[in-house]
Design a protein around this ligand. Structure first.
Ligand code: PEP
Ligand code: CO
Length: 463
């Protein structure tokens, strides 16, 4: 185990916000209008930032607590946000489900919970092929609203750099509404009824959830009686934002120096992560993210080997800074046991303080063909609730056996009543998938499945 080095800024060894351009960088749009790209990036560099360095520092402190098992991270939201989806009902619903899940997790885990949304900027998607062909016509693949449009026309699929500025604006609108709701008392733990979703009344889980809410209310009132004042800090809960830092033109343009703090800050989000397809330790993404001060997430999958992971971690955090690195593992319920233990052992042996988070979504995607119903005979991408839960449970077990902590979960969910994942207490079947399948990319847990997952995890944490 090597001794920690005193921390300086991360912008060292030839790093600059644009040094990633000298590296091979995957999954970038093929921009055509470079004049418009320059104009958009100049706008992004000039407009007010979405987040501040103060908030980013606060999150890093909380992540450091998660690394040592004192806190649990709940990271969740859409696979891909869309510009059209920027409307108050859907934003409030996502906030509600994250609040409800966190309340259940606090109750079960007896640990503080940090909420990080996959929102206010989750607009760019990596794709397995650059092009898509339909009926003999080939066009660029949809890469998320930050880059192009989903409709299969040449005009929509052409990468449009003006979308970078629209993405920033939509993210600002989203964040503005979230901040107003949170500051205005919507997230007050004294009033969980504000975040009731309609379904709770009709759900098979209603009684258990209500009992948890009542218990928290009793606990708060007890403490307030004891101390004689309102428990000020629990009045308000924080929300942090995150997105996959995929399109580096967008991230670079929002990376700045700030007064009174050293280093460079990516002010497009509190917590960017590097996707599994762009996590090459020698590639452009790791180069970009090694120099910013934000905490950085790295997705880890079946194709990640221990040496590459250790090189990535060493490049991103030469100083062994607690809270700097979050490893988000996503193997699938059938593969986690074969992969996670050796990676955990390798990181543990290196002595590096990382937060381990389980993403039980991306290794569990499958295609099914419903045998009847609306979507009969049409292949559809889905995930089984049982597999999602099984991956989280194995993650808890593997970390327990290794003497490390599972520091949180990373899930794709929506606050709405969609039918994209199967299973759960209501027993959603393949035949029901076509009823309300709205995801722009990956299948998400609906509100009831998301809350059920939190309850089952809480039950396990309580043991
Ligand atoms: C995602 O989180 O939506 C994603 C694309 O994940 P991964 O990089 O793990 O495949
Ligand atoms: Co996804």
């Amino acid at each position: 185990m090597s001794a920690p080095v005193t921390r300086r800024t991360f912008a060292v060894d030839g790093w600059s916000p644009s040094s990633w351009r000298t590296r091979s960088t995957l999954q970038q749009p093929e921009w055509i209008d470079h004049g418009a790209l320059r104009a958009s990036c100049a706008d992004l560099a000039r407009l007010p930032p979405l987040v501040t360095s103060f908030e980013i520092e606060a999150l890093r402190t909380q992540l450091a607590e998660a690394a040592s098992g004192q806190r649990f991270i709940l990271q969740g939201g859409d696979c891909a946000e869309t510009f059209d989806g920027c409307e108050p009902g859907s934003i409030a619903a996502r906030l509600k489900i994250l609040l409800q899940m966190s309340l259940v997790l606090v109750q079960g885990g007896r640990r503080r919970v940090t909420r990080i949304g996959r929102f206010a900027g989750q607009y760019a998607k990596p794709r397995s092929s650059d092009m898509e062909t339909r009926d003999g016509v080939t066009l660029p693949a949809y890469r998320g609203d930050l880059v192009n449009g989903p409709a299969f026309t040449a005009a929509e699929r052409a990468p449009d750099p003006r979308r970078l500025v629209r993405g920033h604006e939509r993210a600002a609108l989203t964040l503005n509404f979230i901040r107003s709701l949170v500051d205005g008392g919507f997230a007050d733990l004294h009033h969980p009824e504000y975040w009731d979703l309609e379904f709770v009344k009709h759900s098979p889980l209603a009684a258990e959830y209500q009992a948890m809410v009542d218990q928290i209310g009793d606990g708060l009132r007890f403490m307030e009686t004891l101390v004689g004042v309102n428990v000020a800090q629990v009045h308000r809960v924080d929300f942090f934002t995150s997105h996959e830092g995929l399109v580096l033109d967008y991230e670079e343009a929002q990376t700045r120096q700030v007064p009174h703090r050293a280093g460079w800050w990516d002010l497009s989000t509190h917590f960017p992560w590097i996707g599994v397809r762009t996590a090459d330790p020698e590639g452009g993404h790791v180069e970009f993210f090694r120099g910013i001060e934000n905490p950085v997430g790295v997705k880890v999958g079946p194709s990640t080997d221990a040496d590459a992971l250790l090189r990535t971690v060493a490049r991103l955090d030469p100083y062994q800074t607690p809270g700097r690195i979050v490893l988000i593992t996503r193997f699938g319920a059938h593969a986690i046991a074969a992969h996670l233990p050796k990676l955990v052992e390798a990181v543990k042996a290196s002595g590096r303080p990382v937060v381990w988070i389980c993403d039980p979504m991306h290794g569990n995607t499958e295609t099914v063909i419903p045998q009847s119903g609306l979507g009969k005979g049409v292949p559809v991408k889905t995930r089984k609730f049982g597999h999602i839960l099984a991956e989280v449970e194995q993650a808890f077990e593997i970390h327990r056996a290794a003497g490390t902590w599972l520091g949180g979960i990373h899930v794709e969910l929506t606050g709405e009543n969609v039918t994209e994942c199967t299973g759960g207490a209501r027993g959603l079947s393949d035949e029901m998938l076509a009823q309300a399948y709205h995801s722009a990319v990956d299948p998400r847990l609906n509100y009831e499945q998301a809350l059920e997952l939190a309850m089952l995890i809480a039950r396990r944490m309580r043991k």
